[in-house]
Design a protein around this ligand. Structure first.
Ligand code: SF4
Ligand code: SF4
Length: 398
């Protein structure tokens, strides 16, 4: 795509221009875009949004309509998986949103979400406060308030890794990391829990400086363990895992943190990647032919490019995988999207749950807390993180 962007010293402007120039406007990406599929409009698809950011960079004034088109993007990156030219769409839309943020300051609702969700202690207190109202709350909120913890093994193996507790997951589904710790224990690996939010929520809502501050705090907290030989920085929430894998890119111009951020990103692993390298015989009988439907989060398949990994692990443990139509499409959770774009999110969730339930699975599993809450809110079938399936040899059910 040709550009006429006036000279600008800011590195992100040069980066955006390069991304736009890689686009050959073939439109293949529109075919796999969830919002293009819903609205059938060019400006609700990736190619149209690339034009909008290009227009912004060329100095044209943006209105509320442009902002709306960019806000309705889920940043699911399905378009990136389809694009034959390797256009880094999500980075471009992030730069575009950052520019718009200056002209249209953030809504109060967004500020309130950022003030609570990424802070586990505040979120936990807030959850305790509204728990008495549980019967009156929407089903997603009910699910998020029902998280129960499980016991964890003591850390005493020669091999060790850091396990990110995250923010929302640590409150809404603490059993996920408890299961991960126990599965790792069986494999002879100690999981050291580390607290804190990865910064993804702030980053994707245009609060880049606060997001970077959170990333630096995390690096400071994790670094002594890295020096002590931690094998990996592991996440059971693929959205957080993807963010940590991008610390190196986000902090690349930071003279003090660039090198450490790069190292942390290289150590970042999804729990599926950790298990993939291990001897799986201990889990071979977990499945017992149970039929499970797996929802692969966008952050795992399009972001981390790990589509098929969990499905393979589950099959190797004896689970039968239910057929799922359109597995590339987003469930509509997408960070805070389910709270800020409720109507579109509802439509996507309804379609997703229909496809997950179609082959009558016994349970639906996924690997990101946002998707887990979203699907549980719309499905009558039990929903869990897939790692919990491996943590139940005797009872057979998570
Ligand atoms: S598929 Fe890639 S190259 Fe083609 S229009 Fe979309 S972003 Fe541009
Ligand atoms: S990130 Fe997702 S919603 Fe946004 S343009 Fe790409 S495919 Fe469409």
């Amino acid at each position: 795509m040709q550009t006429k962007i006036p000279f600008d010293m800011r590195p992100e402007i040069a980066e955006a221009e390069e991304i736009i120039r890689n686009c050959v406007h073939c439109g293949f990406c529109n075919a796999t875009c969830p919002t293009y599929r819903l609205f059938g409009s060019e400006l609700e698809g990736p190619r149209g949004r690339i034009y909008l950011v290009k227009s912004l960079l060329e100095g044209n004034e943006a209105g509320e309509k442009t902002k709306g088109h960019l806000e309705r993007c889920l940043t699911c990156r399905s378009c990136e998986s389809t694009c034959p030219s390797g256009v880094k769409y999500s980075r471009l839309v992030h730069i575009g949103r950052g520019m718009l943020e200056k002209s249209f300051p953030e809504k109060l609702k967004n500020r309130m979400l950022l003030a609570v969700l990424p802070h586990p202690q505040r979120f936990s207190k807030f959850a305790a406060l509204i728990r008495p109202l549980k019967p009156l709350l929407p089903s997603g909120a009910k699910y998020a308030l029902s998280g129960k913890d499980k016991s964890r093994p003591a850390a005493n193996h020669s091999r060790g890794l850091l396990l990110l507790e995250g923010c929302v997951q640590s409150v809404a589904s603490p059993s996920t990391n408890a299961s991960a710790s126990r599965v790792l224990d069986v494999l002879g690996i100690s999981a050291l829990p580390v607290s804190g939010c990865c910064g993804a929520m702030h980053y994707h809502m245009g609060e880049e400086e606060e997001a970077k501050a959170m990333m630096r705090r995390n690096i400071d907290q994790w670094w002594p363990h890295v020096l002590d030989g931690a094998e990996a920085v592991v996440s059971t929430a693929s959205g957080c895992g993807l963010m940590v894998k991008e610390y190196g890119e986000v902090l690349r111009s930071d003279p003090e943190y660039a090198e450490k951020a790069e190292k942390i990103s290289k150590l970042a692993r999804d729990i599926g990647e950790v298990l993939d390298g291990e001897d799986f015989r201990a889990f071979g009988d977990r499945g017992k032919e149970r039929k499970v439907a797996f929802h692969c989060p966008c952050t795992l398949q399009h972001g981390q490019k790990l589509g098929g990994l969990v499905e393979r692990l589950l099959s190797s443990c004896g689970f039968r995988l239910a057929r799922v139509e359109n597995p590339h499409l987003c469930c509509g959770a997408a960070g805070t999207y389910s709270l800020t774009q409720r109507e579109i999110s509802e439509r996507l969730a309804t379609d997703k749950v229909e496809s997950l339930e179609a082959d009558s699975p016994e349970i639906i599993v996924t690997s990101n807390i946002g998707c887990q809450i979203q699907i549980a809110a719309h499905s009558k079938i039990e929903v869990a993180h897939w790692i919990e399936l491996l943590d139940q040899p005797k009872k057979g059910k998570p």
